[in-house]
Design a protein around this ligand. Structure first.
Ligand code: COA
Length: 330
């Protein structure tokens, strides 16, 4: 699989730490020093997730030089769909990718990496040729805006990467690892509420609806600084790659302290660690492709660059992929 294009879209509305401190008891200083976050974007009513993801998809198609009709697959990683039956088909309809099968994949903040790896298997098997992998989340609709321990962390965004089948010599997915641990699910949840309605005498049914996002921040922090280095170590060892060969470390953007801790563990200079937390916070499934798109478009990531990426989050889930960026093949 070759990574040949990318694109992103973020909502126009940006909310600063200072603005949030008018809503909850927090401060710019607390949020910046504990997380590195300075602001986050929030979707407006007239630009829901489908619109954002469709804009990101269009941008990735243009960057790759593809037409929507060229796509065989649209895989959309999201945990905050516009439609629980699937948001990817809405995006497929919106961009006119009429030959593509489109479906969602839910793995929270690991979702984009899991989706990229999944798409890679279809391309490698020869079943499909061209795919768009989207990471898109609108967690602003699920955070409790009165809970200062979580609402300061998250934001909305969407980004997409265009990938295509290629000869082995050009393969851009050089290795991957994926893990889940459901026994620690309670650390970070966005769970169905426990409300019931009487249907008939003696028969009651659950009423659909989800509780706001709940997180044990310290447990998730400990999980991340333990498992992310471990999965990256597995990945580098299994592919015979010294950390010094990496051009970039591209981690899920949750907390600058996590990025720094992982980089230090591998003695990777901080200027090779990609971070846009200051502008967007944690956009869940969108963080990795959003960061990649920014670094490709501003020229930091160049064709041929080797990127170690790791996603982690609710599930609990985590994974890593060793990627080589190809760029548009024109
Ligand atoms: N503003 C001001 N104070 C806050 C606050 C906020 N937004 N949120 C929490 N606090 C307070 C707490 O109430 C606590 O006060 P207390 O000491 O009086 O009880 C104090 O700050 C320290 O809280 P603590 O939870 O120990 O802070 P922390 O250093 O662990 O940082 C996180 C909190 C959430 C930033 C950190 O745990 C973290 O980043 N965890 C990982 C989260 C993550 O990555 N989630 C996404 C995974 S995909």
């Amino acid at each position: 699989m070759a990574l040949v294009g990318c694109g992103s879209a973020v909502p126009a509305i940006s909310v600063s730490n200072q603005q949030l401190s008018e809503r909850v008891d927090t401060s710019d200083e607390w949020i910046r020093t504990r997380t590195g976050i300075g602001a986050r974007r929030i979707c407006s009513a007239d630009e829901p997730l489908t619109a954002l993801a469709s804009r990101a998809a269009q941008a990735a198609l243009e960057h790759a030089g593809w037409a929507a009709e060229d796509l065989d697959l649209i895989l959309m990683a999201t945990s905050s769909p516009d439609d629980l039956f699937g948001t990817a088909p809405r995006v497929q309809g919106a961009i006119g990718a009429r030959h593509a099968v489109a479906f969602d994949l839910t793995a929270a903040c690991s979702g984009f990496l899991f989706a990229l790896i999944t798409a890679g298997q279809y391309l490698r098997s020869g079943a499909m040729r061209r795919a768009l992998v989207i990471g898109a989340d609108q967690l602003s609709r699920w955070v409790d805006w009165d809970d200062r321990t979580t609402c300061v962390l998250f934001g909305d965004g969407a980004a997409a990467v265009a990938v295509e089948a290629c000869p082995d010599a050009q393969n851009g997915l050089l290795g991957f690892r994926m893990h889940s641990d459901g026994s620690r699910n309670g650390c970070l949840t966005l769970a169905q509420t426990d409300t019931h309605t009487d249907v008939l005498g003696g028969v009651s049914a659950q009423v659909g609806g989800f509780a706001p996002l709940r997180m044990n921040g310290q447990e998730v922090y400990k999980f991340a600084v333990r498992e992310v280095p471990a999965v990256l170590k597995e990945l580098l060892e299994s592919t015979g790659t010294p950390a010094s060969d990496l051009n970039w470390l591209l981690l899920h953007q949750a907390n600058q302290r996590i990025l720094d801790a992982v980089a230090d563990r591998f003695a990777i200079p901080h200027e090779r660690v990609l971070s846009n937390l200051a502008s967007y916070g944690n956009t869940s499934a969108a963080t990795i492709p959003l960061m990649l798109d920014e670094a490709v478009k501003d020229g930091r990531v160049q064709p041929g660059d080797l990127i170690a990426s790791s996603g982690f989050g609710a599930g609990l889930s985590w994974g890593g992929a060793l990627l080589r960026w190809a760029g548009p093949q024109r």
